[in-house]
Design a protein around this ligand. Sequence first.
Ligand code: DX5
Ligand code: ZN
Length: 216
Amino acid sequence: MNELVIAPSILSADFAALGEDCRSVEHAGADWLHVDVMDGHFVPNLTIGPVVVESLRKASSMFLDCHLMVADPLEYGRRIAKAGADLVSFHLEAAMDPGAVIDGLRECGVQVGLVINPGRSPEEIFPYLERLDLVLVMSIWAGFGGQKFMDSAPGRIETLANQIQHRGLKTRLEVDGGINATTSRLVRDAGADTLVAGTAIFGQTDRLTAIQSLRA
Ligand code: DX5
Ligand code: ZN
């Protein structure tokens, strides 16, 4: 089993004090920064692009876990990789040929992840498993922070965890959406090793306690 990784989602940070907010979670023991890239097409929300990733790269040495919610994952994934991402993940639903996007991103020297929204079956990821560093299971519909965790998520995580174990892979299994001290237990029991949390971390002034309670 991989070590547990806590990845605060900066979508819930104060964008006018982003550097400071990133340092606060680093000092509080966070492992990665989760960066939500939305283009206003694939999801009805618009957020961070390559310019901000470039600034984050200069401001922090933390692992930048970039979650693309964009209609053209290869084009924007390349730009996000070039801007300094460590890992780029894209939605299965956004790619006509997911294998080609995986290859194209890998050529940019980043780790690669594949994401599924609640409407898609986890089995659809199986053909790509060997080629991925990470699988991200959404426990909400991608697009906005602060949504309620969906009860269907643990079962979907378990299906993927069993398959990863069965094939003897080291692929990380990440979960994103509505993660807090209660739901983190459910998803870890199901086999998730990488937890994204926005509201549960940046919504708290005591970020050390917030992160510790996700690890507990
Ligand atoms: C939403 C994003 C999430 C979001 C999670 O589409 O992918 O990363 O920031 O926020 P919380 O933890 O508040 O559900
Ligand atoms: Zn995300």
